[in-house]
Design a protein around this ligand. Structure first.
Ligand SMILES: Nc1ncnc2c1ncn2[C@@H]1O[C@H](COP(=O)(O)OP(=O)(O)OP(=O)(O)O)[C@@H](O)[C@H]1O
Length: 293
């Protein structure tokens, strides 16, 4: 198993040799007595998909809100292309090229695809440039190999996968370097999930740094290059996707080596029950919910 966090301190390059586009170190965020994030580290590089996984309450949504500038962190540093930056507001995140697609997608149901793509950022040479916006819409969707029947229908008539496509395409108008997708396949069927996972691959192929928050291990395995596990607001493992088993992931997520997934794997392998997953070498592994006084 490759545990990526064992890199020597000060080595700013990942296994692929590239500098992270986005580098978080020691990010903490508390709500009153609850430490939602307690010193989280995260790197993502151009052309890389990093999945952030964790159980309920692990801190995933809080991390998304830190990345999108909704919740400024209490402590820690954020670097964009090696330069320390502040994410004090959503406008800061946009300016720094960090785009987030939240779970609710924030689409206007009654407006058509083009109107949703350009809402608030309409092209206006003199008056509204409808043709220009439609051409740009098709170009964007073609870049994503997205399959939409037409641009003239209200988004309420689109499938879940197509709606996710529109929400992602809209963020690309701002020419971001990093895209954060919060549970992009939640509540989607099999075909629509495949459509969205294809879309994530297109984003990676186009050189974006992609962070995907997900509960779904199958989706994560299908699309991610690395998996960052959060547990109780702390890093609990950073794995190359090809080198980690489901049992190891479940152990990192739950903190328990002895779980149904590892027991089943042991039964299948005909092995006697033993320690399931290798311990991760995360410096900030934790066992209890941290509560600040
Ligand atoms: N605005 C808030 N006020 C108070 N506590 C909060 C707030 N947001 C999150 N928390 C707490 O912070 C911790 C982490 O929550 P968070 O929503 O980030 O986890 P999560 O991994 O996204 O969970 P889920 O998968 O259930 O959405 C939880 O204990 C949660 O109750």
């Amino acid at each position: 198993m490759t545990v990526l966090e064992t890199r020597a301190d000060g080595d700013r390059r990942g296994p692929g040799g590239a500098e992270p586009v986005l580098r978080l170190r020691g990010i903490s965020k508390s709500f009153g007595a609850v430490a939602a994030l307690g010193g989280v580290d995260l790197d993502v590089r151009a052309g890389e998909v990093v999945a952030v996984v964790g159980d309920n309450g692990a801190g995933k949504s809080t991390l998304v809100k830190v990345l999108s500038g909704v919740h400024p962190p209490d402590a820690g540093t954020i670097e964009r292309d090696g330069r320390q930056v502040q994410l004090g507001s959503p406008a800061d995140a946009r300016r720094l090229g960090i785009a987030t697609v939240f779970q609710d997608l924030a689409l206007c149901e009654n407006l058509d695809v083009t109107a949703n793509l350009f809402l608030g950022q309409e092209l206006r040479p003199w008056a509204l440039d409808d043709v220009g916006m439609e051409v740009r819409s098709w170009t964007l969707l073609r870049e994503l190999s997205a399959r939409l029947p037409t641009l003239g229908v209200p988004v309420s008539s689109l499938s879940g996968g197509q709606r996710q496509t529109v929400a992602i395409a809209r963020t690309l108008l701002g020419d971001p370097r990093v895209i954060v997708l919060d549970e992009p396949t939640a509540a989607l069927g099999v075909a629509q999930t495949a459509e969205v996972l294809n879309l994530v691959e297109r984003l990676r192929d186009n050189g974006l740094a992609v962070i995907v928050i997900s509960h779904n291990m199958e989706d994560v395995r299908a699309v991610a290059d690395r998996i960052c596990v959060l547990r109780l607001g702390r890093n609990n493992g950073d794995f190359a996707v090809d080198d980690v088993t489901n049992e190891q992931l479940v152990a990192a997520i739950t903190g328990a080596d002895d779980n149904a997934v590892s027991r089943r794997a042991e039964r299948r392998a005909g092995a006697a029950p033993a320690a399931g997953a290798e311990p991760t070498t995360s410096p900030s592994t934790t066992t209890d919910q941290e509560v600040t006084p």
